[in-house]
Design a protein around this ligand. Structure first.
Ligand code: GLU
Length: 333
């Protein structure tokens, strides 16, 4: 049964009338409940990621979903309060921070095109002189970590990322799962290869192991669906936190981050996700997906089993169903 409550507010009272009341709220509550009930029954849950040993221990039966609407409702169903490893979803937040630090100069070191290749592919890097295709594949996110390291020790950069996410979600209890970070470091040979390769092209300013230290730790941030949907709400609300009215990024930047999510947010399954779901989303191999319905709501879903492209199998199906039930698509009239 989804819970309905007011989103937490930081500092000041929400400006009333700021976002129109969502007329579909009762429908949304019902839709979340139905989707969660259906997903709980399904046997075709995909395979939990095993290349990061710590992730392989997660129960594939878990399923959680949360929606935070721009008018301040937080609706959840299933295991929406259980923390999971957000993995690549963290790349949305590191990109946001890095754009804040260096602005459009970031795009000289990272591209903006879908890769059409697996998230950890090294082949493309050779053809493209060490410039990763986009900030959401591993190579691109490692460059973003390198940007966030400027003028900092790795510990400080990691702390800055964590505090930013805590601020966005208005929740200081969000933590980094150090065991996941250590597990990934111990087995991250391909990420070491990517970082060293980019260093050889001059596209890392710091030692590869320092950029990777930041990267492994931000991928290991643990959040629940509720926390994740709260952290993403600025993207659904033109760059402003709808609970406080405070600007996180400009409206233009929020749109551009959304565009990156739509075109590059699901590895080489990005086209299929856009086709089936029709909203910007970012997935992670922990089985989470952050979805943005511009002007309406921020969504988070978690089901640990992955499909062939490394995206949450039931999470993608759940968002497809929800979007259809609510008639949500950035292409809807
Ligand atoms: N930390 C993971 C890796 O580098 C992220 C994978 C993902 O969620 O895409 O392999």
């Amino acid at each position: 049964m989804p819970e309905l409550e007011q989103a937490p507010q930081r500092g000041q009272a929400p400006q009333l009338g700021q976002a129109p009341q969502l007329e579909q709220a009762p429908q949304l509550e019902q839709a979340l409940r139905e989707v969660a009930a259906e997903m709980a029954e399904r046997a075709d849950r995909g395979d939990v990621a095993s290349y990061i040993p710590q992730l392989s221990k997660i129960d594939p039966k878990k399923f959680g979903i949360a929606a935070v609407t721009n008018d301040g409702r937080v609706l959840t169903a299933g295991d929406a309060d259980e923390a999971f490893s957000i993995q690549s979803i963290s790349k949305v937040f590191t990109l946001t921070l890095a754009l804040g630090n260096v602005g459009d100069a970031l795009w000289q070191r990272v591209g903006r095109e879908p890769s059409g290749n697996p998230f950890n592919s090294i082949v493309q890097l050779e053809h493209e002189n060490g410039i990763p295709r986009n900030p959401f594949i591993n190579a691109g996110a490692i460059v973003v970590s390198d940007i966030l390291l400027a003028g900092h020790q790795p510990r400080e950069a990691i702390g800055e990322i964590l505090r930013f996410i805590q601020f966005l979600a208005d929740d200081d209890t969000i933590i980094i799962d150090r065991e996941v970070a250590a597990s990934e470091r111990a087995t991250g040979f391909r990420n070491f290869a990517l970082a060293n390769y980019m260093k050889s092209f001059g596209n890392l300013n710091h030692a590869p192991e320092l950029a990777l230290g930041v990267y492994f730790h931000h991928c290991a941030i643990a959040m629940s669906c509720r926390q994740l949907a709260l952290a993403g709400r600025f993207l659904a609300n033109g760059g402003n936190n709808p609970a406080t009215g405070h600007s996180v990024v400009s409206a233009e930047r929020a749109r551009r981050i959304g565009a990156m999510m739509l075109t590059c947010g699901h590895y080489d399954g990005s086209g299929d996700f856009a086709f089936r779901v029709g909203i910007p989303g970012k997935s992670g191999v922990g089985g989470g997906i952050l979805g943005i319905v511009p002007g309406v709501a921020s969504l988070a879903v978690w089901s640990p089993g992955l499909n062939a492209n490394g995206n949450s199998r039931l999470g993608s199906i759940a968002l497809e169903k929800l979007a259809k039930m609510m008639n949500w698509s950035i292409f809807a009239p």
